[in-house]
Write a protein that binds this ligand. Structure first.
Ligand SMILES: Cc1ncc(COP(=O)(O)O)c(C=O)c1O
Length: 413
């Protein structure tokens, strides 16, 4: 008689794991109604006394140990805005990891800069500092590490490289709300941190973004670049630089303030559950957690990765493993592990109206990122963050499903 659900056996997980996403309660309802009835639906020149957006900016910055926040439309435009505030020029090169969502790199192209895509460290799936160092040219102006999956990148090594070469750092913290590096909030460690607040993220208003910085001058520039070139404290119809309207609405901030009130507890719950899962994964042959580096003081992931080793898991492929796990009641994915430079926009060089001055983007089709390629093809398995919002018994159920497949792997061969 078959034991595995995929072959007709009993299913290991027959109830919901974690929670539905997004989460909201009466706080969001009250906040939204208050904004609606106030008749003040945009931030305008409002401060923390009058504007929900201004309140959210300060609260989010405080939560992540930064001095200033500028809330805006989405995470992609947060990166564009940060690049502009850092005086990006046509043809400047910015070093990004291969494992990320494409926006880390396309935000660079949208402001006429050239993303230089480098490999990740197989130990933690984050941008590899040695690969960053090797990619630096006289055109390099900055590094855009991604705290990929919410795991803090190796910021000590990256900061050391940046200082030695006179580069800035934009942290793409789109996955890392509430994650901490050596006790500091992700997004407050480089020059500017950029977050997405899109629907799937661990803090969301459906869409939205925010830039953090502790540098006064950069905070002013971010403000101006998101507010049609206005300067704070100057007349409303005085515009100083060419800039777009990237403002967040008061409705979005009303929702985000509700979610932010839950972020600490959710981050602790996810991290606690992940540690429980990690201990269990170490006991099952053929799977393993990503090792936590010393600097990872809290990992509040957008998605959680672990490693699958086909040879040690009885010779089945990762796809067979995923299908068998889905039948047991647990859906897994591979995150954004496909190296971004394999996208047609890079291989076919579809840059749109971008112009790079006297520099030219590299041949992305032959970009060499063997670790990212291998991890994407065979090793990485991802679990969405909402699965980790329940109790540790949920982790035990997930471990039970994985262990059952390993134990009965002969049924799949
Ligand atoms: C790493 C990363 N950077 C940037 C973004 C862009 O954010 P948005 O979708 O809010 O524009 C995303 C979105 O998923 C992301 O995952």
């Amino acid at each position: 008689m078959a034991k595995l659900a995929i072959n007709g056996g009993p299913k290991t997980i027959d109830r919901q794991i974690g929670k539905d996403w997004p989460i909201f309660d009466q706080t969001e309802r009250d906040n939204l109604l208050e904004v609606l009835e106030s008749g003040r639906w945009w931030r305008g020149g409002g401060d923390a006394e009058t504007s929900r957006v201004a309140q959210f900016e300060q609260a989010f910055a405080d939560f992540h140990d930064a001095k200033h926040g500028v809330a805006l439309t989405n995470g992609t435009q947060a990166i564009e805005c940060a690049l502009k505030a850092l005086d990006i020029r046509p043809g400047d090169e910015v070093i990004c990891p291969a494992a990320t969502f494409v926006a880390t790199a396309t935000a660079c192209i949208l402001v006429n800069a050239i993303p230089i895509i480098v490999d990740i460290d197989p130990a933690n799936y984050q941008i590899d500092p040695a690969a960053v160092e090797a990619a630096i040219t006289e055109r390099t102006v900055g590094i855009a590490p991604v705290h990929y999956g919410g795991y803090p990148a190796d910021m000590a090594a990256l900061r050391e490289i940046a200082e030695r070469h006179g580069l800035w750092i934009i942290e793409d913290a789109a996955h890392a709300h509430g994650s901490t590096w050596n006790g500091h909030g992700c997004g407050s460690i480089g020059d500017i941190g950029c977050f997405s607040l899109q629907m799937g993220k661990t803090l969301t208003a459906g869409e939205g973004g925010i830039c953090l910085t502790s540098d006064e001058d950069l905070a002013q520039k971010l403000f101006s670049f998101h507010h049609i070139g206005r300067f704070e404290g100057r007349p409303f119809y005085e515009h100083h630089i060419v800039a777009s309207n990237l403002r967040m609405t008061e409705f979005q901030a009303a929702v985000l303030l509700g979610g932010l009130g839950r972020l600490e507890e959710q981050a602790e719950t996810r991290d606690r559950n992940a540690r429980h899962l990690e201990a269990g994964l170490r006991e099952i042959e053929g799977v393993a957690p990503i090792e936590r580096a010393d600097w990872v003081t809290r990992w509040n992931f957008y998605f959680y990765h672990f490693k699958f080793n086909s040879e040690e898991f009885g010779g089945i492929s990762r796809q067979q493993f995923g299908e068998a796990l889905a039948a047991e009641g647990l859906s897994v994915g591979t995150g954004h592990l496909a190296p971004i430079q394999k996208n047609p926009l890079f291989t076919k060089r579809h840059w749109g109206p971008a112009c790079f001055g006297d520099n030219d983007p590299p041949d992305y089709a032959s970009a060499h990122t063997p670790e990212c390629d291998r991890i994407h093809a065979e090793e990485g398995v991802s679990l969405t963050h909402r699965l980790f919002l329940g109790g540790t018994e949920d982790m035990d159920l997930m471990l039970g499903a994985i262990a059952k497949i390993r134990y009965n792997v002969d049924e799949l061969r």
